[in-house]
Design a protein around this ligand. Structure first.
Ligand code: ATP
Length: 357
């Protein structure tokens, strides 16, 4: 089992509160991602679960048992860090077996567990090596192996892939997802990378300034973000936000607002529309825009557009054939109003007049 309940968790450093009351259930066997911008408190939250930071107020329950005052070693939670923290003078096999040795497990049994774990992680060939003889990705696998041998109820990952290059990060993402399926152990994974969050999590908790802003399945959060903050944080390029035009706004700003916010509630302050929901047409169709920059990615293009009187550029993500435009060119922008999200002046998703129920 590996069920966690966080009830009203708060954390202050001295007089400074950094976690303002988090309530969260982590299901047994779930892969839960904590995501959010730098400084929002996700690492602090993870470290409180691990027992590396004290909990100022609230209750942490692991399988129904209050764990606030348990020592890290007694929580059955294994943490994997961004820096691998391997013992440099020990071989991979010794590193992986270290916690078992400390627990007084006999050599033969230790070796068996290490071999089996190395097999799962596909690092059998690395067992005799020293950490300095490993690549970054291999070191990270060993660090994970060292956590697995302890058979914890929950794995805690603190940005484990951020020291790896882009290609290796993709490979390790897939590896970790496979490992999660194979082990079926509860995992909590901290990252500021929304792609990792979207692709790895069964559910995502989006943190903002020491609070959980929204919790849910990745695609639900993407399609139905509770706030402007969540809408902006998930998705790259980021969602386009169009502010309600005030008196004296340009005709094109008015046209853009009416086109996107046609069905929005009367108190809509901003409308968001994702780049993949914008389409480019000839200038006579839709809202008139000028191409400022075209980024061709091969399979798709990101087109940055200026609309007369609108401060921020809009970005459109279109198929390569649709993206054959040149800077300076005038195009028409169209979209399906059903794809637009309306937000109130305080950034909350409004009504659902534009979304299917
Ligand atoms: N030991 C500490 N003493 C005082 N303040 C701290 C301490 N550790 C963290 N903080 C503060 O608590 C807040 C949350 O920090 P935390 O490291 O949890 O953020 P994070 O979301 O994990 O950010 P990052 O992605 O940059 O690691 C920050 O404002 C940080 O400055």
């Amino acid at each position: 089992m590996g069920h966690l309940a966080l009830r009203g968790i708060r954390k202050s450093y001295g007089d400074v509160p950094v976690i303002h009351g988090v309530d969260l259930e982590v299901r047994d066997g779930e892969f839960l991602v904590f995501v959010g911008p730098s400084g929002c408190g996700k690492s602090t939250m993870l470290r409180m679960i691990a027992g590396l930071e004290s909990i100022t107020a609230g209750d942490l329950l692991i399988d129904g048992v209050r764990a606030n005052d348990l020592r890290p070693a007694d929580r059955s939670a294994a943490m994997v860090f961004q820096s691998y923290a391997l013992y440099p003078h020990m071989t991979v096999a010794e590193n992986m077996g270290f916690s078992l040795r400390m627990a007084g497990i006999k050599k033969a049994e230790r070796e068996q567990v290490v071999q089996r774990t190395a097999d799962v992680l596909r690092i059998m060939h690395l067992l005799p090596r020293l950490p300095k003889q490993l690549s970054g990705g291999e070191r990270q696998r060993v660090a994970i192996g060292r956590a697995i041998v302890r058979k914890p109820k929950v794995f805690l990952f603190d940005e484990p892939l951020s020291n790896l290059d882009a290609a290796l990060r993709v490979t390790m993402r897939i590896e970790l997802s496979r490992l999660h399926k194979e082990l079926g152990t509860t995992m909590i994974y901290v990252t500021h990378d929304q792609v990792e969050a979207m692709t790895m999590g069964d559910r995502i908790a989006v943190f903002n300034k020491g609070r959980v802003e929204q919790l849910g399945a990745p695609m639900d959060l993407y399609a139905r973000p509770a706030s402007e903050f969540v809408a902006t944080f998930l998705g790259a390029p980021r969602i386009n936000l169009i502010t309600r035009p005030t008196q004296g706004a340009s005709a094109m700003h008015m046209a853009l607002w009416l086109a996107t916010a046609g069905l929005a509630p009367a108190n809509a302050h901003k409308v968001g529309i994702r780049p993949e929901h914008l389409h480019l047409r000839r200038a006579a169709h839709g809202v008139l825009a000028q191409v400022m920059l075209a980024e061709h990615l091969g399979d798709a293009s990101i087109i940055h557009l200026r609309i007369d009187g609108v401060d921020e550029l809009l970005s459109a993500k279109v198929a390569a054939h649709e993206g054959r435009v040149t800077p300076g060119e005038m195009v028409g922008v169209t979209f399906d109003v059903g794809d637009a999200l309306a937000f109130s002046a305080d950034g909350q998703l409004l009504g659902n007049s534009m979304l299917p129920p």
